[in-house]
Design a protein around this ligand. Structure first.
Ligand code: SIN
Length: 559
């Protein structure tokens, strides 16, 4: 397989640090993965003298966790078992999961969720007092715990922030973008440079010297024009890790959520999610008003019909959109009734109504949009990356649990489970304080004004439907964008450079994977091809030069 070599910034252009501080461990990110890591590390590290610092790009609650609707999956219900959760996860992952990682996830999941409850998270309960569990796409059991009806992420985020506020030993710096890692002579972590906006003496670019970094910085949704991800999801952590020598894996497996509310052709950025749990409660997809002859097109496509795994539903919607020439399909949930909507899905109801659609009386227009990066920084079962002292968890990581297509509601669980694991090993592996070595990586930066071109190119050619021609066109545009130098050094340029770095690697991996698997859909190679593509594309970078390596591994859904 010929792997193209790309030249991208080896580090981001940035002024010399204007301030310096120290912390033993820096956690980058403040969603479920970051705050769980910080809380568990505080318990695991010896008291006094060992400092944990959480840095986050906006306010603590600005990341993707806050927006999670459906819930968190774990084998908690009567008759359910981790083994059944494992099978559903492996099937959704289309052969590309790491079996050991999936076992860790499903076996440690129930305890991890119980701990979240003990921490103060108020999950919904049924009238008999049992935890209320629902079903989402790809699950053969009711195993999704939820809170506030459809505000699970917000409730988890609230409980975690409250716990961090009760732990004064955890220091927090908000409005802090992680720019690059500082590396020691041995290539391991020596610190991180941050750009902080308006936190007293810590303003502008500064350096935090540290002995370990836990990357929990979330996903890359802003690579595309329409995404369910918030504005902060610009792939910064993945790009920073790649520049520092970490391996990224499975970047081509970007999940497109099937039912994102369609707001019109000109709507950009974060779009409203209509949780799969709505289909879990009985809503179904139609290609027009049933009263006027519209059909339930998921019937006959998959044994689980509207609750098929997410990639199957997204593809069926796209197919029907193409066949009918419509820019979206519809979700029919009118029969759930006003009372049920108000009680079970208050957030979605209010959001839909704010856009002029009343789900109690109207069909909801829906189309797939970017939702989740199944790939990220390659880690082992304990969250370790290839860079000594750098750990990754949550959406920023590729622990191997999602494969080619994440099972619904496994994302919050992954952050929770693997952050607990990092806290188990990290204290025993804390590096000695090391001086940052002279940074010889070539600095570079593209201007922030390129972002829109980048996103439109990625959406048009590297989105739900991919082909060799489209991908070649996309990489040509991305190469051109990489040649434009920024005139000013600012946050927009740092973020856009990170988006470009990740987009380029993602498009290259998508071009090399000449098959259709999970969320990666090649129009020109419509079949899964285990003979050539059972395995992973890893991306590495050395001083700005990227290389893709194929790592074969047996398909895990047929073992
Ligand atoms: C949803 O509620 O449909 C999203 C859940 C998830 O992404 O796992």
């Amino acid at each position: 397989m010929a792997t193209p070599v790309r030249r991208l910034p080896g580090r981001l252009t940035a002024p010399d640090p204007g301030w310096t501080t120290t912390a033993d461990v820096v956690v980058i990110g403040s969603g479920i993965a970051g705050l769980t890591a910080a809380l568990r590390l505080r318990e695991a590290l010896p008291p006094g003298g060992v400092k944990v610092l959480v840095v986050t790009k906006d306010v603590l609650a600005a990341g993707s966790t806050q927006w999670a609707q459906g819930g968190i999956a774990a084998a908690l219900g009567p008759g359910d078992t981790p083994a059944q959760h494992e099978v559903d996860t492996l099937v959704a992952g289309a052969g590309a999961c790491d079996l050991d990682a999936v076992r860790v996830l499903v076996e440690e999941g129930p305890d991890a969720v119980r701990e979240l409850i003990a921490l103060g998270t108020n999950f919904d309960h049924s009238p008999d007092g049992e935890l209320s569990l629902t079903r989402e796409g790809g699950h053969h059991r009711d195993r999704i715990a939820h809170a506030g009806g459809d505000a699970t992420g917000a409730e988890i985020q609230r409980a975690l922030i409250a716990a961090v506020e009760r732990a004064p030993e955890i220091e927090v710096i908000q409005h802090a973008l992680a720019v690059d890692l500082l590396l020691a002579d041995d290539g391991g972590v020596a610190g991180v440079t941050l750009h902080v906006i308006g936190e007293g003496v810590r303003d502008g670019v500064g350096a935090v010297r540290c002995r370990a970094v836990v990357l929990a910085s979330g996903g890359l949704g802003q690579v595309f024009s329409q995404t369910t991800n918030p504005a902060v999801s610009t792939g910064d952590g993945m790009a920073l890790a790649l520049r520092a020598g970490a391996t990224l894996r499975d970047l081509e497996f970007v999940q497109f959520h099937p039912t994102v509310m369609y707001l019109g052709p000109d709507s950009r950025g974060q779009q409203p999610l209509i949780s799969e749990a709505v289909r879990g409660e009985g809503a179904f997809l139609v290609d027009g008003l049933p009263e006027e002859g519209g059909h339930r097109f998921m019937q006959g496509v998959h044994e689980l019909a509207d609750l098929a795994p997410r990639d199957v539903v997204a593809k069926a919607i796209m197919r029907r959109m193409i066949e009918t020439g419509q820019p979206h399909m519809w979700l029919d949930a009118r029969h759930l009734g006003a009372d049920f909507w108000e009680r079970r899905f208050p957030t979605i109801l209010a959001t839909a109504r704010s856009h002029g659609v009343d789900p109690v009386t109207d069909l909801i227009p829906v189309a797939p949009a970017c939702h989740y990066a199944s790939g990220g920084v390659r880690t082992d079962l304990w969250g370790r990356s290839d860079v000594p002292g750098l750990y990754a968890t949550g959406e920023a990581a590729c622990s191997g649990v999602h494969g080619a297509n994440r099972l619904a509601s496994n994302s919050l669980l992954e952050g929770l489970v693997f952050s607990r694991r990092i806290a188990q090993v990290l204290p025993g592996e804390l590096r000695e304080w090391a001086e940052p070595a002279t940074d010889r990586r070539t600095a570079g930066l593209v201007p922030g004004r390129l972002r829109r071109d980048l996103q439109e190119t990625m959406t048009a050619e590297v989105g739900v439907l991919r082909s060799a021609t489209g991908l070649a066109g996309a990489t040509a545009v991305l190469d051109k964008l990489a040649g434009v130098a920024a005139e000013v050094v600012d946050v927009e340029s740092w973020e856009t450079t990170n988006l470009l770095t990740i987009s380029t690697a993602l498009a290259d991996a998508a071009a090399l994977r000449e098959e259709t698997r999970g969320s990666h859909w090649r129009e020109d190679f419509p079949e899964r091809d285990d003979e050539r593509f059972a395995g992973h594309f890893d991306v590495v970078m050395s001083d700005g030069e990227t290389e893709l390596v194929f790592v074969p591994s047996p398909a895990t859904d047929t073992l």
